[in-house]
Design a protein around this ligand. Structure first.
Ligand code: ADP
Ligand code: MG
Ligand code: MG
Length: 869
């Protein structure tokens, strides 16, 4: 078995084995681009490293040295050679890119001898010693895990000693002294000397990259992005080229199109006389790429040619890393670039019209979860006009954010956990800040460019970010943000406009977004492609209208309980619950009837002639009664029912397991008059709206929590009797449907019997998941978190449907239901209806529609199209 591949042995299709970086380095080598030569140690070698107790097998070591020899022959340089030393970078690279999460070491191969060779060879001693000190620092940090700050202290002390302002002021002699200090630090921390043998350096570095697969931030990143832990990382060993050889050298990163708004123009940054991660680390604020055209005109032309070629080759927007060594261009990385949702949409639509991709591919290019960003509010234009603009930074990631400022990740996290909206303010962010960035509404940094860590990560998360804001002073220690004359302290409000790059004073109201142009275009393609219908869960006209604007084709679940809580009605609801006799109960219900009818009319009107499924009352009745003694006393005075009676009734209704208690169809079985009132309201509303608006409304009445055919038959009889009586009384006739939720495992198991009564099934996968697992969905959050951490669950089953277990019940119910009633309507109305993975499943098992909350409707439209491709 082969564990090591030279760059000329691989291709872009070998990502599983070579990782994304390795596969693309191989591909670029194959198509003849200038890539420094090297080799890739495979992801399988990484997995073996872990399987074999964190050791690299002898056979793999032998292959590595074989490829190293090949590299020496190709470059004409030799590892450890004083005359002409080979130096390499050791670079991590998993199948799925995890920017900045793992470690990379540059300049490996330098030691006390080779550094002199390098100095002589390049006639640039300063450069050579600068490279050596960087190497010791990186190796010390990554391999030996010595705190970076300890190296920084030595470095800064030297600068201070001479009163230098910039790193470049340090002389060769200074650097040599720094190196002495670094080596002493290593000795002190590790009890051994800094390794001088390049082969030892190499093996230690490779193992450190394997180890970095399991550092905390890499693990967190994989969790957030649902990347499996098992895929491992590859390691790329590549001969070094030097961007820090003076004014004719440099390094940069660039995208073939803007990752912020999708504009078709090279977008990026570079730094003259700099190496490696200087650009992304945000230590110096780099220059925009256009200025490279002035600094290196020929190289720039060559670069734009390659950029274009790569984009055509991969038929996608590329994110490239490159280095210029003494006016010669080298490509160090390319990958499909991460982008904001607006950019993703524009690029997909543009590339389709350029003939680069077809509509299906364009639709596949948008991540459903990502378009959430487009649906989110922007600042209210009026309030924005009034707002005081404090300063401007780089528009690193679009959107609007308002919140209280916090100066480190953990403070931001704590504040958010306590219900605050946080803006994370940092000098610059690093991968350690990830958790705080997740929690925050937006991110503001003083340093760093458009491709800095903060910018890249924020765009990936769809989080508003303003970076490189030079005019702000951030004192992370004192927790103070100074902008001009203002000093903001922890907890003060500011607002960020990530689209413009503005920082604004105080809180600003936000408004819903605009959904036209490219977005509408791509959604129309999705609609052409998908076969699943998309409905929404809405129980008031406002949500219903919003959902229709987002493209909902009906209501899959209209809950009726929320309507019972409104101020004028809750007394009647309580009177109904507290009634001693059926007569009294009917009195109270009579009061509620016109309200319910009004509710349904509003919803029908909002939906036009789209189908609406209305569910009969579902929750346990005690939810409508007060619980504490004080509340009971207050209510007793308010409605004039004696305290004792009220307390007793509340006591009677108390249940140990209300979710498994007197709710759903069980209510309608025991108090048919409630179902009668609701059925009458549903039908009367339909009759009136049909008359008033000429809409062809076919009500769908849904009976919840059914487990047995007879249960359903009982409630259905009540509903049918009522509906028929109303139709006859009003002298009209039209169709209506009666169906049920499938949310109790027994219902799924006996779906053939239940389909004798039900004209439609709607899978209530929240309850179905809860009951199939026996996991209370309101209490199990903590357990599920730990189960995920331990790998017992890959996903939270309440977010993404458990296809193996719960999914089996769904599949079974679909088949049994169709067996009895081939024309049966099938849909889903649980939370899962808005989850792309679950939507794919729903499509595969043959459901006709999914129903989700209004804001997830566009996501569902797109996911349904992707499921159909
Ligand atoms: P990451 O995955 O975090 O981007 P990389 O492996 O891409 O890490 O390395 C970071 C940077 O180091 C690169 O962008 C490049 O500038 C520099 N680098 C890596 N390998 C080399 C090399 N062989 N020669 C010169 N610079 C290199
Ligand atoms: Mg990189
Ligand atoms: Mg339910």
């Amino acid at each position: 078995k082969k564990f090591v591949y030279s760059f000329n042995e691989g291709s872009k299709d070998m990502k599983d084995l070579l990782g994304g970086k390795g596969a693309n380095l191989a591909e670029m080598t194959k198509i003849g681009l200038p890539v420094p030569f090297g080799f890739t140690v495979t992801t399988e070698a990484c997995n073996r490293y872990y399987d074999e107790g964190k050791k690299i097998g002898d056979d793999i070591v032998a292959s590595i040295f074989e490829k190293l020899e090949e590299l020496e022959n190709t470059t004409g340089k030799k590892f450890g050679d004083v005359e002409n030393p080979l130096l390499v970078s050791v670079r991590s690279g998993a199948k799925i890119s995890m920017p900045g999460m793992m470690d990379t070491i540059l300049n490996l191969g330098l030691n006390d001898q080779t550094v002199e060779g390098l100095a002589a060879l390049t006639e640039n001693p300063r450069f050579a010693y600068d490279s050596y000190r960087r190497f010791i620092q990186m190796f010390g940090d990554v391999v030996m895990e010595i705190a970076k700050t300890k190296f920084d202290a030595i470095f800064d002390a030297k600068k201070e000693e001479h009163g230098y302002e910039f790193d470049v002021d340090l002389t060769t002699e200074d650097l040599k002294e720094i190196i002495v200090g670094y080596k002493a630090l290593v000795k002190e921390e590790m009890g051994r000397d800094f390794p001088q043998e390049p082969k030892d350096q190499l093996m230690e570095a490779i193992m450190a990259v394997f180890r970095s697969w399991n550092n905390d931030r890499a693990i967190l990143y994989r969790q957030l992005n649902e990347i499996p832990d098992s895929i491992g990382t590859a390691v790329n060993v590549q001969s070094m080229v030097f961007g820090n050889m003076g004014e004719t050298s440099g390094t940069g990163v660039a995208f073939t199109r803007s990752p912020v708004n999708g504009e078709k123009a090279i977008f990026g940054e570079f730094l003259v006389n700099a190496q490696g991660e200087d650009v992304v680390a945000g230590i110096r604020t780099p220059q925009p790429i256009a200025e490279m055209a002035q600094a290196f005109p020929e190289v720039y032309t060559e670069f734009t040619r390659i950029a274009e070629l790569l984009e055509k080759h991969y038929t996608d927007m590329q994110d490239m890393e490159f280095t210029v060594e003494r006016n010669k261009l080298f490509m160090l990385q390319t990958r499909n670039g991460k982008r904001t949702a607006p950019a993703a949409v524009k690029i997909a639509v543009d590339m389709q019209s350029e003939g680069l991709i077809d509509k299906e591919t364009a639709v596949m290019r948008i991540e459903p979860a990502q378009i959430d960003q487009l649906l989110h509010p922007m600042f209210d234009a009026e309030e924005l006009k009034e707002a005081e603009k404090l300063t401007k930074g780089l528009p690193a990631s679009p959107g609007a954010a308002t919140g209280q400022i916090y100066f480190n990740a953990s403070d931001a996290e704590t504040a958010v956990a306590n219900g605050a909206k946080a803006i994370l303010v940092r000098l610059e962010t690093s991968p350690e800040d990830l958790a705080g960035m997740v929690a925050a509404e937006g991110i503001l940094t003083a340093r760093g460019g458009m491709t800095s860590h903060a910018a890249v990560v924020a765009r990936g998360m769809g989080k508003c970010c303003v970076s490189g804001c030079a005019e702000i002073k951030v004192d992370e220690e004192a927790k103070e943000l100074t902008i001009g004359e203002y000093v903001f302290k922890e907890g003060d409000y500011i607002s960020l406009d990530g689209t413009a790059g503005d920082v604004l004073k105080g809180q600003i109201k936000t408004v819903p977004p605009e959904l036209s142009g490219d977005f509408a275009e791509i959604m129309s393609w999705a609609d052409e492609i998908r076969t699943l219908k998309i409905r929404t869960n809405a129980d008031n006209p406002r949500d219903a209208k919003q959902a229709v604007e987002f493209g909902a084709e009906g209501i899959g679940l209209c809950r009726t309980e929320h309507m019972f809580f409104e101020e004028e009605r809750i007394p009647a609801v309580r009177r109904m619950i507290l009634a001693d006799s059926e007569e009294e109960r009917r009195e109270a219900l009579k009061f509620l009837l016109p309200y319910q009818k009004g509710d349904f009319k509003g919803i029908y009107e909002a939906m036009g002639d789209r189908p609406v499924t209305i569910r009969l009352l579902d929750p346990p009745l005690h939810e409508f009664l007060p619980h504490t003694d004080e509340e009971i006393k207050a209510l007793s005075e308010q409605i004039g029912v004696p305290y004792e009676k009220l307390a007793k009734k509340t006591q009677e209704l108390h249940e140990f397991n209300p979710m498994l208690g007197h709710r759903g169809c069980r209510l309608a079985v025991t108090y048919p008059e409630i179902a009668e009132m609701q059925a009458e309201a549903i039908i009367m509303a339909a009759i009136e709206v049909r008359k008033e608006q000429g809409l062809d409304i076919i009500p769908e009445i849904m009976i919840p929590l059914v487990g047995m055919r007879k249960e359903l038959a009982d409630v259905k009889a009540t509903v049918v009797k009522t509906v028929e009586a109303v139709l006859e009384r009003e002298g009209v006739k039209f169709d209506y449907l009666i169906g049920t939720m499938i949310e109790i495992p027994r219902a799924a198991l006996t779906a053939d019997e239940i389909a004798e009564e039900a004209e439609f099934f709607s899978f209530g996968t929240n309850d179905l998941t809860q009951m199939t697992f026996g996991f209370s969905r309101d209490d199990t959050g903590k357990i599920i978190k730990e189960y995920r951490e331990k790998g017992i669950f890959d996903d939270d089953p309440f977010q993404s449907i458990d296809q193996v277990g719960v999914g089996k019940l769904v599949k079974m119910a679909v088949e049994l239901g169709k067996q009895t009633r081939p024309s049966i309507k099938l849909g889903i109305c649980g939370e899962h209806g808005g989850d792309p993975k679950s939507i794919e499943f729903c499509n595969a098992v043959g459901l006709q529609y999914v129903s989700c909350s209004p804001f997830r409707v566009p996501i569902a439209r797109l996911a349904a199209a992707q499921a159909a491709i």
